[in-house]
Design a protein around this ligand. Structure first.
Ligand code: NAP
Length: 315
């Protein structure tokens, strides 16, 4: 049985990973022993079928202790400071969570690997399209990063640490992730736009940034394909198609028959956000499709899934 440890299991991707692993275990009960870890209390509604540990990954001793207790074969590091503007303001906190905490995990696994015969843990680390400057998207895994924000740089510095490690590693780069989870601490583009338009709020939406939105289930699937295949290297895991944020919000409004008159089209400049955003990202997915068998949903298919999950929740 493979012991798999997820960090940030209360987050969007973390929750989807735990639920997907539980589904896999239903069909094949001896495949994974699941260890969900996050800061504080477990916020998943379902609490059976896995172990939960309160783990703050910025606490090096706690990381070392829990990793030594569990001796995971696979670690998927989803925990991060993901608020781009917060990172631009709180440099130290951003570096601690996005860089140093990654180093703590690498060191704990390297030590375990050194001490244990026949043990080669697989470290799967989540990264972002924001490692690029957005001048030449869509990007392939081999394109050279050039971050333009503090967040993007912190994620790029962590990528370099992972690549330098002595572990079997994979870096998963992804792009605006959307989905429905239990007791969410933060929203995402789809839920935000849907809710605001339903409430009759006027929203400002940019038309000069382009992204390939990623269904959280697809991202979880991509991470587990990497784990199953013990794949090594950088992988782009996102939705297939790139749209402007305006096009995305228009599709969201059309899907739920919401009032598009509430959408005010603006340029990025007028938002005056602390962090710069790359204008055009999007990913070339050939590597993930051909080497992993990754098959992302279209944005419309993703919205159908989100809609079903929201309805289930209302029952
Ligand atoms: N979401 C996106 O659009 C997007 C796009 C590109 C890349 N990514 C990358 O994908 C990964 C997963 O993103 P996500 O959307 O799942 O993020 P998320 O929903 O913000 O989840 C991150 C989780 O990490 C937890 N966490 C924060 N600090 C922690 C700490 N010190 N120790 C342990 N856990 C901690 C958070 O806990 P609380 O909930 O208690 O705060 C949260 O549950 C991240 O590495 C992110 O950089 C995400």
């Amino acid at each position: 049985m493979k012991r798999i440890l997820i960090t940030g299991s209360n987050g969007l991707l973390g929750q989807k990973l735990v639920y997907l692993l539980l589904e896999i275990n239903k069909k094949n009960p001896n495949l994974y022993e699941i260890y969900a870890t996050s800061r504080g209390e477990n916020r998943l509604i379902r609490k059976e079928g896995y172990h939960y540990y309160d783990l703050d990954i910025t606490n090096q001793e706690q990381v070392r202790h829990i990793f030594h207790t569990i001796k995971p074969h696979i670690v998927i590091n989803t925990a991060a400071m993901t608020n781009v503007d917060q990172c631009e303001i709180q440099h130290e906190a951003c570096n601690l969570l996005n860089i140093h905490a990654v180093d703590f995990q690498i060191k704990a696994l390297e030590q375990l690997q050194h001490e244990t015969i026949n043990y080669t843990p697989h470290f799967i680390h989540l990264s972002t399209d924001f490692v690029f400057d957005g001048e030449a998207g869509p990007y392939a895994e081999t394109d050279k990063p050039n971050p333009i924000s503090f967040y993007g740089n912190s994620k790029y510095q962590a990528e370099l640490l992972v690549q330098k490690s002595k572990l079997n590693w994979a870096i998963v780069r992804t792009i605006i992730v959307y989905g429905v989870v239990d007791n969410m601490s933060r929203s995402n583009l789809v839920l935000w736009a849907k809710k605001a338009l339903e409430n009759g709020e006027n929203i400002k939406v940019i038309n000069d940034q382009f992204r390939a939105p990623t269904l959280a289930e697809d991202l979880a699937e991509g991470c587990l394909l990497i784990a199953e295949k013990k794949a090594n290297g950088i992988f782009n895991i996102s939705g297939k198609h790139t749209y402007s944020i305006l096009e995305l919000v228009n599709q969201i409004a059309d899907f739920w028959h919401l009032n598009k008159d509430l959408i005010q089209v603006v340029s990025s400049q007028t938002l005056n956000q602390p962090a710069k955003r790359p204008p055009r990202t999007g990913f070339v997915l050939d590597k993930a499709i051909h080497t992993l068998g990754y098959q992302p949903k279209t944005f419309q298919e993703g919205l159908v899934i989100v809609d079903k999950q929201l309805k289930m929740r209302d029952l």
